[in-house]
Design a protein around this ligand. Structure first.
Ligand code: FAQ
Length: 315
């Protein structure tokens, strides 16, 4: 197939074929992918913390087993994504240093605290729901290794979303206190989930954004606002099923547009969180650094083992 269009980058893109690691690619395309894939990988492993916080306190053995599996899936997603980034010629160690030094970002959403058990439901329902909406189109991303990693990740995220929905479903059918806990979690996670899609496509906040170029390169398939709208349209009926009231008085069906209208997003809060001023930014990074330092012996042992094997097979 490759021969039909040759190895020329533009021809591959024009034919909607995948760019593979050995293909020639513009340096900016490579840098954009490293930025996005690394940010995505960092989000997965930092994203283990908010729910990991509840593993010891999950309300039953069944819930605990499910939560452990979900958090492990997130670690797995991080590993696929770091591997995909490495195919672009960057070392994993370097990426982790950039995360630890604050030179690369992770998703804004993981700087919010998980205060109650219902937050695990809200994360699965809303955060994984937003992640799926954003990541299904990435299965068609122009860069092969990233697109392929997304296929399995999306399957697992769908499962995660269902489990979040089910947690909230049960709470909403429980006592008054449990219902209030579910509603409170949805109140706190709704707006941050909308921010996950990134700044708006137009206006001041859009300046300096990457969307136009990334869409031209087939990395992003939809703009931030288009995905956000699809997400709102998907979630409103689900909230109704749950009996949860989404915390937005402006939320209503717009017959003309064929979409739900929703109220203004607090972009100042978004940029504040990105600058490091969210409730949990410092905690997330210090926990991450500590885990990395405490894992040094595992990396050393794995390297020593690999070295021994390499020496033996060279004999
Ligand atoms: N948080 O021009 P754009 C998960 C930055 S899901 C932080 O629109 P772009 C699963 C952006 O980097 C979450 N920063 O940028 C899970 C740029 O700054 P820069 C992870 C954000 O890249 C669930 C600036 O704003 N998913 O982890 C955010 O074209 C539950 C301008 O923005 C992904 O990463 C944000 N929310 O579009 C795990 C998906 N939004 O880099 C555990 C892949 C924007 O120039 C539990 N990524 N920024 O300094 C993407 O699709 C894109 O990178 C976007 C941003 C859409 C996030």
């Amino acid at each position: 197939q490759r021969d039909r269009v040759g190895s020329d980058f533009d021809a591959l893109l024009a034919a909607d074929q995948r760019i593979e690691p050995r293909d020639a690619m513009p340096e900016k395309y490579r840098e954009t992918l490293i930025r996005q894939i690394a940010q995505h990988a960092h989000s997965e492993i930092i994203g283990m913390q908010p729910e990991g916080n509840w593993i010891t306190r999950a309300p039953s053995l069944r819930r605990k087993a499910i939560l452990i599996a979900k958090v492990q899936d997130e670690a797995g997603h991080g590993l696929y994504l770091y591997s995909a980034a490495e195919t672009l010629g960057i070392d994993r160690q370097e990426l982790l240093e950039r995360l630890h030094d604050g030179k690369q970002k992770y998703s804004s959403i993981f700087n919010y605290p998980t205060l109650t058990w219902a937050d695990c439901g809200a994360i699965g329902w809303l955060v994984d729901g937003a992640a799926i909406m954003n990541q299904v189109p990435l299965c068609r991303c122009s860069y092969g290794p990233y697109a392929r990693a997304m296929i399995r990740v999306c399957k697992e995220e769908s499962f995660h979303q269902r489990q979040g929905f089910e947690i909230l479903w049960n709470l909403m059918r429980g006592t008054e206190a449990q219902q209030a806990m579910a509603q409170d979690a949805a109140d706190r996670w709704w707006w941050p989930a909308l921010m996950m899609f990134g700044p708006p496509d137009t206006g001041e906040a859009a300046k300096g954004g990457h969307t136009e170029q990334s869409m031209a390169w087939g990395i992003k398939r939809f703009s931030n606002d288009d995905l956000r709208q699809k997400f709102v349209d998907m979630m409103v009926p689900q909230a109704e099923k749950l009996g949860i009231v989404l915390p937005d008085p402006d939320l209503r069906w717009n017959e003309e547009r064929g979409h739900y209208d929703f109220g203004p997003i607090d972009w100042d809060e978004f940029w504040r969180v990105l600058r490091g001023d969210g409730a949990c930014n410092a905690e997330r990074i210090s926990h991450r650094r500590r885990a990395h330092d405490e894992g040094a012996w595992v990396r050393e042992a794995a390297n020593a083992y690999a070295g021994k094997h390499a020496a033996r097979s060279a004999e």
